[in-house]
Design a protein around this ligand. Structure first.
Ligand code: SAM
Length: 234
């Protein structure tokens, strides 16, 4: 049996590439984006009542997940990338149907667009549905997940004086708390868990229209080197 699903909107996000996106929502509260709804869902009738809701479930498509054969077992980065578990025990993007779900904060609604924070979504993510978060049903204090018992411990993030100034200047241009965004995302340690980076090795990721470069002076901390305007994406 086949079902056909049509996106109801698309997310415009601070994350212009997959690397350095937190592995779950809420890990970077400063991660923001806008959900642009397609007609007719951008009309006030479809959104009436949402002003009474603080958080939303977004059901979306992992549109940039790697294609290729689907496997029954996956190696989640969270477990160091070397332990295999069943695909249904993981939140991996590479799964039978490329469906994702995230709880995000609804900051406001402006002209039929939803302003969101705490997102873990790549720019351009197609959204299939929105549902209000229902605390009494969706928050289960006694629920257990021994594969992911707690959020990953953050690592220290420090700044070169140049990078800090650039973050402040670019943040002002973008009207965004860029400093917190970068700190919160890099504190999740985006590099693969199995890598032991030499202090001279540089890493980079793109946030908004900016390339952010950093290195690991020691394995437990990150130092942001600089922030430059990126070339437009092809
Ligand atoms: N919270 C969602 C879930 O549980 O279904 C996503 C979890 S998934 C482990 C999070 C990762 O998905 C992010 O780190 C990012 O690299 C990746 N991602 C986010 N949006 C994506 C998209 N549209 N296509 C492919 N990968 C995406």
């Amino acid at each position: 049996m086949n079902y056909s699903l049509e996106p109801i909107g698309v997310v415009h996000s601070c994350f212009s590439e997959k690397f350095a996106i937190p592995r779950q929502p809420q890990l970077a509260p400063a991660a923001t984006g806008t959900l642009e709804l397609f007609a007719p869902y951008n009309q006030p009738e479809a959104l009436a009542g949402l002003e009474q809701v603080s958080h939303l479930w977004l059901l979306f498509i992992f549109h940039a997940a790697e294609s290729g054969p689907k496997h029954l077992r996956v190696r989640p980065p969270r477990l160091g990338g070397n332990q295999r578990i069943g695909v249904f025990a993981s939140r991996a993007t590479h799964r039978p149907n490329p469906l994702g779900q995230s709880v995000v904060k609804l900051e406001s609604i402006v002209d039929g667009k939803l302003l969101l924070s705490g997102i873990d979504l790549l720019d351009g993510t197609p959204v299939l549905d929105i549902k209000p978060y229902v605390p009494y049903a969706d928050s289960l204090p006694h629920a257990r997940n021994d594969l992911a018992p707690a959020p990953p411990a953050p690592i220290a993030v420090t700044w070169s004086p140049l990078a800090r100034t650039q973050a402040e200047q670019q943040g002002a241009r973008l009207h965004s708390d860029l400093l917190s965004l970068i700190e919160q995302c890099l504190a999740q340690d985006p590099k693969p868990a199995y890598q032991q980076p030499a202090p001279t090795r540089e890493y980079g990721a793109r946030f908004w229209d900016l390339n952010v470069r950093w290195h690991y002076p020691n394995p437990d901390s990150i130092r942001v080197i600089d922030i430059q305007l990126a070339n437009p994406l092809a």
